[in-house]
Design a protein. Sequence first.
Length: 244
Amino acid sequence: MDRMKNKRALITGGTTGIGLETARLFLKEGARVAITGNNPQTLAAAARELGDVLTIAADAGDVAAQKKVAAAVRDKFGGLDAAFLNAGVGDFRPLEQWDEAGFDRSVAINLKGPFFLLQALLPILANPASIVLNASINAHIGMPASSVYALTKAAMRSLARTLSGELVGRGVRVNAVSPGPIATPFHDKLGMGEKEVAELVKQIPAGRRGRSSEVAAAVLYLASDESAFTVGSELIIDGGMSTL
């Protein structure tokens, strides 16, 4: 119950799904938690549910907003011991349907914003500190219509390695989680109904979608001192989907 005792943690996209579940778990394990969100309604709802958390309204794809997130965390906590960069968007289209605006939006939210948030957080990161990036098994498999989403998540996997090499001397570990299909509002936002979900589940050897709590447990491990010797790694949580 005390794996995050006295640790100060930031979770982006912490208002629903995996982010919200991770915030619940971090609080249970003794952390002080800050969450970000871009929807005022879900941000307020998360604040009511979680209780004593710092809520920060921020667009994950806005570079200038990342400095404001870092400043809010610094002003409230003084520093940061762990961060889960979870905020993201899933836009799935066949190649011929992509336009520049959609491409730029996905890259901004899934990659550019998180990259510059890491830069903004550097001055307040403790030694030691842990960064966990949310990637995806889409970076491993050739799923149709996932080209742009997959390339942004492949970039996050790459950052876990390269930034580990760059930051480990400062006591900062960077790792990634790569979830497969998880039962969250994500699939609803994609317009998937029961039939589409059932077809997706057929591709998962475990025979079901994952639970947010299963991903949150992996994030907790990487954020806590239990993984002090885990650097630049990726935990795949996909029910075996990427092994097919």
